[in-house]
Design a protein around this ligand. Structure first.
Ligand code: FAD
Length: 348
């Protein structure tokens, strides 16, 4: 009897997440896993316990096969790569992806589901959460335990600590910039993870798949670093004054191998497309160097770049709020400063 009671008390102490298994929703491009998805794997690594990480990839044809092979050896924490190979996933549409997550979760019973908080994650996670009847925790910047997370609120002016007490799985979107990928020593190449196909036969019968339709992809210069992961970002604001003048920002970025960013005012004025917007309602960046030209430093803009390691601001107004967060500030006319920089920075 004593033995039975001991067993009972042990059972009672087991938390639902004692043995963790995490499903990471991954994006791929050109046969490689996106860096932001590998940051989601880093986040999974920082959960408590003995966590086994499965990566879910969807797509079709050769690029999916190449991405699966890349994924399998891309991070030592990945133990399994699940691939959903179907024409439905040729483009990452939210509805079929959400049903896929639901299906894979029903079969795998994962304790956590994680995706990077980009437009893909923001599209898919809420829909998948609704199908699973759970509440996702968004924009997590720190993981303090299997159910304890930190996320910014009030445009990054305060941090809130959230304890998840809902039913399993615990679903998170993470800020990729807060979970940089640890560089692996050359001799620590991980064993390749297993690659398994997801059986999609039940998904095919579901008639709610196909409510959205892919039309086209307009993307920026692929030679440039991705804005979300770039080491250097050169941003232009309304002070740049026109799309034509913005070419100066482009030129500078090209010369120093940077990504181009913009304020919402610059986007709204039509200087650049909105995928370059940095800020509360744009991309969150945390590069080594952030250079802001003709940017006033509104709170909604600061929310997207305040974690940059070194911030340089050029503004002709000495009282511009951007100078309060800048490490180096220059009160000056950007139309004089940028040409001078272009002249003085040597060609690559
Ligand atoms: P302005 O505030 O007009 O500043 C232009 C600056 O350029 C000025 O400081 C001026 O002194 C300087 N300048 C002008 N000429 C020169 C020159 N020749 N040389 C040097 N300096 C010069 N904004 C974002 O950026 N990202 C967001 O995600 C975002 N989300 C928002 C969400 C909400 C809900 C709301 C309400 C607003 C949001 N905004 C966002 C808008 C934000 O409030 C500001 O309006 C915007 O950031 C201002 O952009 P700006 O600094 O380019 O323009």
């Amino acid at each position: 009897i004593l033995f039975a009671f001991r067993n009972l008390s042990i059972t009672a102490r087991i938390t639902p997440y004692r043995s963790l298994s995490t499903l990471v929703l991954a994006e791929h491009e050109g046969g490689s896993i996106k860096t932001s998805s590998l940051s989601a794997v880093e986040a999974a690594k920082s959960l408590d316990g003995d966590n086994s990480v499965s990566l879910l990839l969807a797509g079709s044809g050769q690029s999916l096969k190449e991405a699966a092979a890349h994924a399998a050896s891309s991070h030592p924490s990945i133990s399994q790569v699940l691939i959903a190979d179907s024409d439905k996933f040729t483009y990452p549409l939210a509805e079929p992806w959400a049903r896929l997550v639901h299906l894979v979760q029903q079969r795998g019973g994962y304790s956590h589901i994680i995706a990077a908080s980009g437009s893909f994650g923001k599209n898919v996670l809420p829909r998948a959460a609704a199908l699973l009847d759970i509440s996702p925790i968004t924009d997590v910047t720190k993981i303090s335990g299997s159910n304890l997370f930190i996320r910014p609120i009030y445009a990054g002016n305060a941090l809130s600590t959230v304890r998840y007490t809902g039913s399993s799985p615990c679903m998170l979107s993470i800020r990729a910039t807060s979970f940089p990928i640890a560089s692996l020593p050359a001799d620590s190449k991980s064993d390749a993870a297993s690659i398994d196909q997801v059986d999609l036969s039940t998904l095919d019968e579901d008639d709610s798949v196909g409510k959205s339709r892919y039309i086209k992809l307009s993307s920026q210069n692929v030679e440039r670093p991705d804005l979300g992961n770039a080491h250097i970002v050169v941003t232009g604001g309304r002070g740049v004054k026109s799309a034509e003048n913005f070419k100066m920002i482009d030129k500078l970025a090209e010369k120093i191998g940077a990504a181009v960013g913009a304020t919402r005012a610059a986007v709204d004025a039509g200087f650049v497309p909105n995928d370059l917007q940095v800020g509360q309602t744009g991309k969150i960046v945390a590069p080594e160097l952030y250079m802001a030209f003709g940017v006033s430093g509104a709170i909604q803009h600061i929310a997207g770049m305040r974690d940059s390691k070194v911030i340089v601001a050029v503004n002709k107004d000495a009282d511009a709020p951007i100078f309060q967060v800048a490490d180096y500030g220059l009160v000056g006319d950007l139309f004089e400063v940028i040409p001078e920089l272009l002249e003085k920075i040597p060609e690559k």
